[in-house]
Design a binder for this molecule. Structure first.
Ligand SMILES: Cc1cc2nc3c(=O)[nH]c(=O)nc-3n(C[C@H](O)[C@H](O)[C@H](O)COP(=O)(O)OP(=O)(O)OC[C@H]3O[C@@H](n4cnc5c(N)ncnc54)[C@H](O)[C@@H]3O)c2cc1C
Length: 321
């Protein structure tokens, strides 16, 4: 994979247009008026292409249909950070209900959650107790629980919690490592063992240069280094990206290292880069779609539109119809 080719004037102009459109969408995402309007009409106008639903009842049949096509699912709640005990308790109960429902429906699906939803910023002790409880519930259905990785300040607490759980023989919890963070390669090296289950991502949070690579080429190169090390290791690797070049390189590494199917899968977000999803499935690789749900889907939708402003035209066409 080449990452340092000089861009043509046409590509540079397209890049500029993309950045301007992205900035405009992110600005719109901060407007309460636009939020109200999109939240009221967005699902009807096509948000459903990226937002699986507002309730678990809407998620279950979609996951069943995905499973029937050989695709797995992963879900969690959109809800933002929990800053008080009541909200933390409500989110923990909601996650327990999701685990029970997915398990009882015998779906190939698991739960992906954020530690800030379980009180990472409030009470690390209750967060540990919540994780233990949720992991035990998931284990009854032979289900995995994945902890999403958030901003860099939460990386160490997340790894500490993971180690503590592993020390308590909890082995159905997986983590996420972000290629943009400089520390991730060392973290991976320390975590590698047969029970380690990692999702590799580029990293969604804006981080300062002291802790994170800034240039796309550096992040892509770091992703490929992490990927090779993880695929060559003894654990399970979830390759989460919509980047076709990285997917191709991953498929090459899987062949070269003869990685068995039980030790990796590709992951994309529901509705994103659907042609790439098809390519992965057609090539016979395992694929799981991440599909968070809940009523507060507006910021998630705007992030997906900002990642690919061309998607906005799909939305506007429906609005003008
Ligand atoms: C399943 C999953 C779980 C994730 N979990 C986390 C997490 O826990 N923590 C975290 O920090 N980040 C997480 N992320 C987000 C991740 O860090 C990136 O921000 C995000 O995936 C964009 O990076 P990319 O690898 O797709 O490549 P990019 O370099 O952003 O994009 C590469 C190419 O992908 C295509 N593409 C990207 N977005 C779209 C889109 N919306 N529509 C159509 N095409 C698109 C375009 O062709 C683009 O050129 C997760 C991503 C996925 C897929």
């Amino acid at each position: 994979m080449t990452t340092n080719r000089r861009r043509s004037p046409r590509e540079a102009a397209a890049g500029l247009l993309h950045r301007s459109a992205r900035a405009a969408i992110l600005k719109a995402a901060r407007s309460p008026r636009i939020e109200r309007w999109v939240s009221a009409h967005g699902m009807r106008l096509g948000a459903r292409r990226w937002v699986i639903g507002e309730t678990l009842d809407e998620v279950v049949p979609v996951f069943r249909e995905l499973n029937s096509r050989g695709l797995g699912g992963a879900t969690g709640l959109f809800d933002d950070d929990a800053h008080d005990a009541d909200k933390i308790a409500a989110l923990q109960a909601a996650y327990a209900a999701i685990i029970e429902r997915l398990g009882e429906e015998r779906l190939d699906a698991y739960v992906s959650l954020k530690l800030s939803q379980l009180g990472a910023h409030v009470d690390p002790h209750s967060m540990h107790a919540s994780m233990r409880d949720l992991a035990a519930r998931a284990a009854r259905f032979d289900m995995r629980l994945r902890v999403d990785m958030e901003q860099s300040a939460l990386v160490q607490p997340t790894l500490d919690l993971y180690r503590r759980l592993r020390g308590e023989q909890v082995d159905n919890v997986g983590l996420v490592l972000q290629a943009n963070l400089r520390r991730s390669e060392e973290d991976l090296q320390r975590l590698l063992d047969p029970a380690f289950n990692v999702r590799l991502v580029k990293g969604a949070y804006l981080e300062p240069p002291a802790v994170a690579f800034q240039r796309r080429e550096e992040i892509d190169a770091a992703y490929l280094r992490l990927l090779r090390r993880s695929l060559a290791g003894p654990g399970f690797t979830a390759i989460a990206t919509h980047d076709g070049a990285i997917v191709e390189e991953a498929m090459r590494m899987i062949r070269e290292l003869a990685v068995p199917r039980e030790r990796y899968e590709f992951q994309t977000l529901y509705g994103v880069a659907t042609a790439l999803q098809q390519r992965i499935a057609d090539a016979g690789h395992p694929l799981r779609l991440g599909a968070p749900y809940g009523p507060t889907w507006f910021p998630y939708l705007m992030r997906r539109l900002a990642e690919r402003p061309a998607n906005l035209s799909f939305f506007l066409r429906n609005a003008l119809r």
